[in-house]
Design a protein around this ligand. Structure first.
Ligand SMILES: Nc1ncnc2c1ncn2[C@@H]1O[C@H](COP(=O)(O)OP(=O)(O)OP(=O)(O)O)[C@@H](O)[C@H]1O
Ligand SMILES: [Mg+2]
Length: 326
């Protein structure tokens, strides 16, 4: 895997401990578990794709990992270690010290995430001043370099632009530059290309991956698409209704999925490629009416009486699956 030495700094956490590790993380909103006993590990210098249908809880996980979902809005249980800090128990002050220098977030919709009243320079300067202590001239120079690094032509001229003066693809590039401004160890990108034209989606994904590798950083990509996940991620975690149902090396999960839900995702992707959409029948149960056993059972061809009991996540070789019938 990629060398962490590319960061050019020593880090006590890089040797053995994973950069991010969620252990039995549960997040409740008004009594309902939106994330239910989620365990995920992200080794330092690696990339993980979190995939699943709309409403699975992927963005909720991404926001929780950034420390953006906190009591009293939600109730958090379990542990979520990022770079040696437990996000569940950290103070707002500790979280602020993590966001920016240690972790960055790229949102799905750059137009909504950027402040319409701030120029590109103001957006980029804020983290540079706050976390790196750069003065005005240094912020300007660094901002130009950052824009250049994300493929924005004539970066000097773009500094004075407001978000609405930029195309969607350019806004997304600016947001990537902001997220990476302080050279974080962890980048979380929540469907970073789904608001963009198909033609530039691949460019932006490639760009993010290049930048992450150049920094020796680790990344979590939230994605819908299993095939795209296999292209950009070392490992894939499949989320269904707030639970991780399968996790393993990306190629293996794509080519030989074990969980019936992942198999359904793969089948629908393949049939879609052949222009015959094969959706997984049924819908995700409402969070307020989630069954106590396997949450996928109602849609699963292999469901049996045993599925009324929650399947434990069992590790087989390099893959872990939560299914009685995998
Ligand atoms: N602010 C909120 N208040 C109440 N419920 C919410 C809120 N945001 C999300 N939810 C619910 O939490 C669950 C998980 O949503 P989340 O946005 O994390 O899913 P997702 O996997 O990111 O979906 P998508 O692929 O559509 O982005 C959904 O049932 C959603 O309706
Ligand atoms: Mg989402």
């Amino acid at each position: 895997m990629r060398s962490t030495q590319a960061r050019g700094e020593t880090d006590m956490n890089t040797s053995t401990a994973p950069l991010l590790s969620a252990r039995h993380l549960t997040l409740r909103r008004r009594g309902v578990a939106v994330l239910d006993d989620v365990s995920i590990e992200l080794p330092t210098g690696s990339t993980l794709a979190l995939i699943g249908e709309s409403g699975a809880g992927k963005s909720t996980f991404a926001f929780a990992a950034m420390g953006l979902l906190r009591p009293p809005e939600v109730v958090l249980e379990g542990e979520l270690m990022v770079s040696g800090t437990d996000i569940v128990r950290a103070s707002e002050r500790e979280l602020q010290a993590l966001r920016g220098p240690r972790m960055g977030l790229v949102f799905q919709d750059a137009a909504a995430a950027l402040n319409p009243c701030f120029t590109v320079l103001q957006h980029l300067s804020e983290p540079l001043r706050r976390h790196k202590g750069l003065d005005k001239a240094a912020c300007r120079a660094r901002s130009i370099a950052l824009l250049d690094s994300v493929g924005i032509a004539d970066p000097q001229a773009r500094l004075a632009a407001y978000p609405h003066e930029l195309s969607g693809g350019m806004q997304q590039r600016v947001m990537i530059a902001i997220a990476l401004a302080c050279e974080p160890e962890l980048l979380i990108a929540d469907e970073p290309t789904s608001a963009l034209d198909v033609t530039i989606q691949a460019q932006i994904m490639t760009l993010i991956l290049e930048r992450v590798r150049a920094l020796g950083a680790s990344a979590i990509f939230v994605l819908h698409d299993l095939a795209l996940a296999a292209q950009v991620a070392d490992r894939v975690a499949v989320m269904y209704a707030g639970q991780i149902v399968e996790e393993g090396p990306a190629a293996q999960v794509l080519q030989e999925p074990q969980h019936p839900y992942t198999q359904g995702l793969r089948a629908s992707a393949i049939e879609f490629g052949a222009e015959r959409l094969m959706p997984i029948p049924g819908v995700v149960p409402a969070l307020s009416a989630m069954p106590g056993g396997c949450r996928f059972a109602a849609r699963c061809e292999r469901a049996s009486a045993q599925c009324a009991e929650r399947p434990p996540r069992v590790t087989r070789g390099d893959i872990s699956i939560a299914c009685w019938h995998a």
